[in-house]
Write a protein of this length. Sequence first.
Length: 193
Amino acid sequence: MCRYVAWLVWHTSWEKDKFHPAVNRPLQTPIAANPLLMYFSAMILLFYVVLTLLPLAGVAWIALNGGPFTMDGLFMSLILLAMSGIVGTTTLYELLKKKTGETVGQTPRSGPGLPQSKIDSLSQGGRVQSVQFFEAPVGVSNKSVVVLASSAGSPQTLVFEGDMRNALPVGQKVRVSFRKEAGLNVLLNVSYS
């Protein structure tokens, strides 16, 4: 049984890491189409429910045996209630994820502000001609206007969020990787050459 569960966990996590090359989204089989995933999802939820109710049964046992007002009974009841609350919250979270259509146990590939893949990050190279820093009022992002001169064409002007004077020294040949966020470019990586 343990080998089967380990194989199933490995198989489902390996399945999530496959990507469709055109749209760069994970290839996922709907849970209803794959009976193994549906079985695995139901087993995890059942396991969570058992782990939620087991500590509550312990609290009931302590109360029935007349020890809830001793120091041992009081602290054991508090610990068991905390365990039940934590696992119960996890159970509700997994049920909410299942209701919204995500698979149980699925982890997001990255946060909302992070690039989803290397395709989402942009890259530009050239020699830094100028870096002008503009300080903004409180609550607004500071901006740096960077001019990159490439040997193949006209200079490119990029607006980055934050102070780029130290990261992009004037006269240095660089290749910058950045992502677009709220109309500004956010610097991810700088390669000096």
